[in-house]
Design a protein around this ligand. Sequence first.
Ligand code: FMN
Length: 174
Amino acid sequence: MKRSEPIDEAIILDPKRYLVSETDAEGVITYCNNYFQEVSGYSDVELLGQPHSIIRHPDMPKLVFKLLWQSIQSGENINAVVKNLAKDGRYYWVFTEFHIKKDADSGKIIGYMASRKAVSKHIVAVISLLYGNLLRIEQNEGMEAAHGYLNAFLKEKGETITFANIMENIHKFY
Ligand SMILES: Cc1cc2nc3c(=O)[nH]c(=O)nc-3n(C[C@H](O)[C@H](O)[C@H](O)COP(=O)(O)O)c2cc1C
């Protein structure tokens, strides 16, 4: 069955369960747990070997994924609030913790792991406002302009605040 068009209906997540997936160093999915499959609506046969963009929601600004990849490729773990698209077109917001898997001997990055859980309605409200602005700027003026907007937003929170700080401490900021 093909992926449906996005619809304006949320999937309510069980706050006690995690949606876990793993990739190789290129971001190709190598593992996903049962809850990830259940919520996304895809079986592991459909997910393994694919990139995560299979669940990318069109409401997500590209800049968020650019910053995310920059961070993990440079060996820095990061957290991010992400809106994902299920196979049936519904959406689900998650707080995602990314972990980097390194070869014990060489220290080389061999893959990544993402562990996702439900996020509060309040955080979703604040973040969807920010992401909505980033997406609109990205579509009208490009990614650089969106990055400029994000930097101004972060500066307002504090001189040394980064995107990673906001995402990590989101419960304290909002
Ligand atoms: C371990 C890991 C987990 C990821 N999880 C998600 C996810 O849940 N949703 C998502 O849209 N992108 C996720 N991504 C980012 C995707 O690789 C991709 O950058 C993103 O979907 C945007 O697609 P694009 O790069 O083709 O524009 C993840 C990446 C990694 C390495």
